[in-house]
Design a protein around this ligand. Structure first.
Ligand code: ATP
Ligand code: MG
Length: 137
């Protein structure tokens, strides 16, 4: 089984949607094998989204990600990386398919409720940034 890294973003935690997002995750057959609610520091957010640091929205993205607590998770299942990208839907909720997390809950392309790793390699890097091995069960 594959593992991917997930974040329930501040727009969703603020609106008390953690359980609603988790229901869509579990309905898709993904298992939440680690989960914690944390508040990112600016340094953590800048490191996590480092690949986007030259993009015009980087400052806004970091400010948003540290604005409220987030929920970080490890999800396990068959083809978990690709499957969770499907469950999230397109980055811009206007383009997201019916029934996806972003279609149901996202407010905008920036405040889009969820993050999911975009490759197995990045999943491993991102999981290691937030969880030690004995926290994943
Ligand atoms: P994520 O990496 O969060 O799972 P993604 O892979 O679908 O999302 P990326 O292109 O990696 O999308 O962008 C990372 C995040 O940056 C997006 O999820 C969104 O929160 C924010 N973002 C992307 N494009 C824009 C934009 N045009 N304006 C504002 N914020 C944006
Ligand atoms: Mg991405």
């Amino acid at each position: 089984l594959e593992r991917t890294f997930s974040i329930i973003k501040p727009d969703a935690t603020r609106r008390n949607l953690t359980g609603a997002v988790n229901a869509l995750i579990e309905k898709a057959g993904l298992r939440i094998v680690a989960q914690k609610r944390i508040q990112l520091t600016r340094a953590q957010a800048e490191t996590f989204y480092g690949v986007h640091k030259e993009r015009p929205f980087f400052g806004e993205l970091v400010d948003f990600m540290i604005s409220e607590p987030i929920v970080v998770q490890v999800l396990e299942g068959e083809n978990a990386v690709a499957k969770y990208r499907e469950v999230m839907g397109a980055t811009n909720p206007a383009n997201a398919a019916e029934g996806t997390i972003r279609k149901e809950f996202a407010l905008s392309v920036g405040e889009n409720s969820a993050h999911g790793s975009d490759s197995l390699e990045n999943a491993q890097i991102e999981i290691a940034q937030f969880f030690s091995g004995n926290e994943i069960v």
